[in-house]
Write a protein that binds this ligand. Structure first.
Ligand code: TPP
Ligand code: MG
Length: 664
């Protein structure tokens, strides 16, 4: 290893990032060298002088959060992780950049390596997730004080992140809430893939952020003291901060810097050799001189010392127990007890309410039994029924409350919830109309990919919402959500299944849950209280037949009532024995053992009924089954008329059963 005699400068530290990035991309023959090379100076100053992390304790709750929103520049993150000494990021991992099974995936993936705070790559997600982290940080600080919660959320975002629509939602919310600990460093290189950003935008980003309530600065992103000065000022303001860092993409590559050609392809051997010469980097690929490495390692030493002090403060704090419990995130047994009592009470009363109302009632029990939940809605609080008594609002500069008015920003809400969940300390849930899950989709997908406990309260779940019409009536959304890996979708049929669904959502720690809820009232379907959470089985026999089944009718949510009526009709008019299966969740049912699945599905012909697209139902009804549901968009009319119009009726289900049973 080559050694230098003098101490390393921040320029040397930055050049180490440049070299690792260009060499790893070259070796992989794939990747994005331009952004890491352009932002290397900013990153060196940020980490050298500001960021407090302890790589030996990557989950330390009071660490600064660093989000690489421009996820294509992943080599920036991996290089830094190697340099500061995360033990799972040895140089070999950098040599395996973008290879199967490496920790150095094409884009940073949460859980793949220590210290990756969130998955990025879909542009705009990182900055929006960071808003949620900054919200959670302020909320934790409001509860536990600056002695225990005193960190910042730093983001590196590119032109792409700022162009994406989601950034508007996130920026607006962050400015409004005065998230003073959020600092965004914008890689203002005026280049994206197609060429100069002037091809497609003339927005004055500083004016835009300022209009949303941010503090804004513009600096030369290659001047260490300017970078440090701006960060110092940003840390002092009471607003979120944007620092526009004027940079050259691919900085250091003599013939290519400033060009989109450095964005997403290896520089090539000749240009890499020229870059080495240009920046005075004489070392072989993947070799870092000891003094430069030592400078980077000081970041970790500074962080370890800060963590040590923090541990002492935690040990001495009377809030220690509560703090640890919040960070741990386990749902208290009091919640299960409250929900068990809730179920018992409502079975006895045969409560008939819409499942969105049932959700509100269950939430009242949950929110009374735990302080972990943080609610919200994208401006549909009184339709989604997401607020419960005694929940104070989170408002600008005031974070003691636990209800967030996310505004009409479904995508921003979902990303913020990801950030809240990732930050730790809370369980976020948020509502909108089911049909607008489309608007939240990008971030919902990341909830799943990252395995985060985010709870989506999606109400107005079918044509059953009636008069608002097809723009508001989901048809294809259930299929889309069910097709998403690692997502639990639950469409409960009554107040009991709704309470059970909430319990599942709260205790499913490694995945998001979508609660799909009706606008219209639904009857109570259970005839007696049971201790077992039957919804957790995914599907169960609600009504068994007397004697062998002639047919099995499977339904979810509001259509279980129709299935029951069809079964009544078949028995009364035709002497046909049709079992009724409630199937609130495909995913949970798929996870059951075969014996359970076989006993529920039976061997008689199957008819499924759901007021949605039939896409995906083949799995349960097989080739010979029948599906009663939607194969077009809905329409604007009273719900009862729509069910008749679209043929989703007990009569239609019974007719299909008769046909399949060979009785028509
Ligand atoms: C939502 C989304 N759309 C498109 C892409 C593909 N993409 C990756 S990087 C990029 C250009 C980003 O430009 P910028 O943020 O300025 O990055 P730079 O070229 O400066 O590194 C695009 C379009 C993506 N990753 N995410
Ligand atoms: Mg750019």
């Amino acid at each position: 290893m080559t050694k230098t005699t003098k101490g390393a400068t921040e320029r040397d530290m930055a050049n180490a990032v440049r070299a690792l990035a260009m060499d790893a991309v070259q070796k992989a023959n794939s990747g994005h060298p331009g952004m890491p090379m352009g932002m290397a100076d900013v990153a060196a100053v940020l980490f050298n002088r500001f960021i407090t992390i302890d790589p030996a304790n990557p989950d330390w709750p009071d660490r600064d959060r660093f989000v690489l929103s421009a996820g294509h520049g992943s080599m920036l993150l991996y290089a830094i992780h190697h340099l500061v000494g995360y033990d799972d990021m040895p140089i070999d991992e950098l040599k395996r950049f973008r290879q199967l099974g490496s920790r150095t995936a094409g884009h940073p993936e949460y859980g793949h390596a220590k210290g990756i705070e969130t998955t990025t790559g879909p542009l705009g997600q990182g900055i929006s997730t960071a808003v949620g982290m900054a919200i959670a940080e302020r909320m934790m600080a409001a509860r536990f004080g600056a002695g225990l919660v005193d960190h910042h959320t730093y983001v590196i975002a590119g032109d792409g992140c700022l162009q994406e629509g989601i950034s508007h939602e996130a920026i607006d919310l962050a400015g409004h809430l005065k998230l003073s600990r959020l600092i965004v460093l914008w890689d203002d290189n005026r280049i994206s893939i197609d060429g100069p950003t002037s091809l497609s935008t003339s927005t004055d980003q500083l004016a835009r952020f300022k209009a949303a309530g941010w503090d804004v600065q513009r600096i030369d992103g290659h001047d260490p003291d300017a970078i440090a000065g701006a960060l110092e000022k940003a840390r002092r303001t009471r607003k979120p901060s944007l620092i526009a860092c004027r940079t050259l993409i691919g900085k250091g590559a003599p013939n290519m810097e400033g060009s989109e050609k450095t964005h997403g392809a290896p520089l090539g051997a000749d240009e890499i050799a020229a870059t080495r010469k240009n920046i005075g980097w004489t070392h072989e690929p993947f070799v870092i001189p000891a003094d430069i490495l030592a400078s980077w390692r000081k970041v970790a030493e500074r962080g370890a010392a800060a963590r040590g002090e923090w541990e002492k403060r935690l040990a001495a704090s009377p809030k220690r127990g509560r703090f640890n419990a919040a960070v741990n995130g386990a749902v208290a047994p009091a919640v299960s007890r409250a929900l068990a009592a809730f179920r018992k009470e409502h079975v006895a009363k045969a409560t008939k309410v819409a499942t969105r109302k049932a959700s509100e009632m269950a939430l009242a029990a949950i929110n009374g039994a735990t302080a972990l939940t943080v609610g919200g809605s994208a401006d549909l609080t009184h339709s989604n029924l997401t607020v419960t008594k005694g929940m104070d609002r989170v408002s600008p500069g005031s974070f003691k409350g636990r209800y967030i008015h996310y505004g009409i920003r479904e995508h921003g809400m979902a990303a913020a919830m990801n950030g809240i969940a990732l930050h730790g300390g809370f369980i976020p849930y948020g509502g909108t109309f089911m049909v607008f899950s489309d608007y939240a989709r990008g971030a919902m997908r990341l909830s799943s990919l990252m395995g985060q406990r985010v709870i989506y309260v999606m109400t107005h779940d079918s044509i059953g919402l009636g008069e608002d019409g097809p723009t508001h009536q989901p048809v294809e959304h259930l299929a889309m959500l069910r097709a998403t890996p690692n997502m639990t979708v639950i469409r409960p049929a009554d107040i009991i299944e709704t309470a059970e669904a909430w319990e599942i959502a709260l205790t499913s720690r490694d995945r998001p849950t979508v609660l799909v809820l009706s606008r219209q009232n639904l009857p109570m379907l259970r005839d007696r209280n049971r201790r077992e959470n039957l919804t957790a089985r995914g599907a169960y026999v609600l009504r068994e037949t007397n004697g062998p089944r002639d047919a099995t009718i499977i339904a979810t949510g509001s259509e279980v009532e129709i299935a029951k009526a069809a079964s009544d009709r078949l028995a009364a008019n035709h002497g046909v024995r049709a079992a009724v299966v409630s199937m609130p969740s495909f995913e949970l049912f798929s996870a059951q053992d075969k014996a359970w699945r076989d006993s529920v599905l039976g061997s008689a012909p199957r008819i499924a009924v759901e007021a949605a697209s039939g896409f995906g139902w083949e799995k349960w009804i097989g080739d010979k089954g029948a599906f009663i549901g939607m194969d077009s968009f809905g329409a604007s009319a009273p719900a009862g008329d729509l069910y008749k119009h679209f043929g989703i009726t007990a009569e239609a289900v019974a007719d299909a059963a008769l046909k399949l049973a060979g009785r028509s």
